[in-house]
Design a protein around this ligand. Structure first.
Ligand SMILES: Cc1ncc(COP(=O)(O)O)c(C=O)c1O
Length: 260
């Protein structure tokens, strides 16, 4: 009801859910932002996830964890919800398409604006993704792969299900959390990896104009890892090919996280 739920998405590598503690941490943080309490512990949930993954027994599983506020009489009052529903979705996750890294993604800057942190806080991974759905539909309508959303001040926030980064004059930049975006787990890991390797990395606001002028652009998310963006609103980013810096960051990210 009302998008009154929180969720997480991760994948397995060899039967182990990737960065599960980080995802559970964010699930609890999302619930806290919505003042939603849980009737179970992280250990309870991990045990359910484990048995589901064992039952499915596929090499690469997409795992979605959805927690609703719970059943009860219909109404906006959160106290009507008596007990959370836990919904776990596990399905085969096909390999990421090769063209993501050879051709890159085309994106648009959406007319749909990301909600402010004082509205439905985009920092909570909630079931209320209607803005993202609308922005994604804008992209689909003109044949682009995804949409990037701005905030009310005109700064870039994120794509519909991934964080956005630019490379400009050797600087790697991603918008700060206060711009109104989800604190991506891949985003956090990549910030760590870049800092460890003394790559100049910054959490700074940038505008749609700066995005379009960037030398390179890429998006990050758990199942996507790092994917180059090569076209924005029909115009080439840099050379129009996946950026060298972007591909180097991907190699570094995979090496540091022990991924293939
Ligand atoms: C809106 C949004 N931003 C960013 C991300 C990336 O987050 P993560 O790296 O934790 O997958 C997601 C995840 O799907 C998302 O839904």
């Amino acid at each position: 009801m009302f998008g009154d739920s929180v969720y997480e998405v991760t994948q397995t590598f060899n039967g182990i859910p990737f960065l599960l503690p980080e995802h559970l941490e964010r699930l609890w943080a999302s619930a806290e932002k919505l003042h939603m309490s849980f009737s179970f512990t992280k250990e309870d949930l991990s045990a359910q996830i484990d048995s589901l993954i064992k039952a499915i027994a596929l090499p690469r599983i997409y795992l979605r964890i959805i927690i609703t506020r719970g059943e009860g009489d219909i109404g906006l009052d959160p106290s009507l919800a008596k007990k959370n529903n836990i919904i776990l979705i596990a399905k085969e996750l096909p390999e990421n398409p090769e063209w993501w890294l050879t051709k890159g993604l085309s994106v648009i800057v959406a007319d749909t604006i990301r909600t402010s942190v004082k509205s439905v806080d985009p920092g909570a991974k909630s079931g209320n993704y209607l803005n993202n759905v609308m922005a994604y539909e804008e992209a689909m309508k003109i044949g682009a792969h995804d949409a990037i959303m701005l905030n009310h001040a005109g700064y870039v926030t994120e794509a519909t299900t991934s964080n956005v980064w630019i490379v400009q004059d050797g600087k790697v930049i991603t918008p700060p959390l206060k711009a109104g975006l989800l604190g991506g787990i891949t985003r956090a890991k990549l910030l760590e990896v870049a800092k460890k390797h003394n790559i100049p990395v910054f959490e700074e606001n940038f505008t749609a104009k700066e995005l379009r002028m960037a030398d390179e652009c890429f998006v990050t998310a758990t199942t996507k890892q790092i994917v180059p963006v090569t076209t924005i609103d029909g115009n080439a980013v840099g050379t129009g090919l996946p950026g060298e810096f972007t591909l180097k960051l991907l190699q570094l990210y995979k090496k540091e996280l022990g991924l293939r």
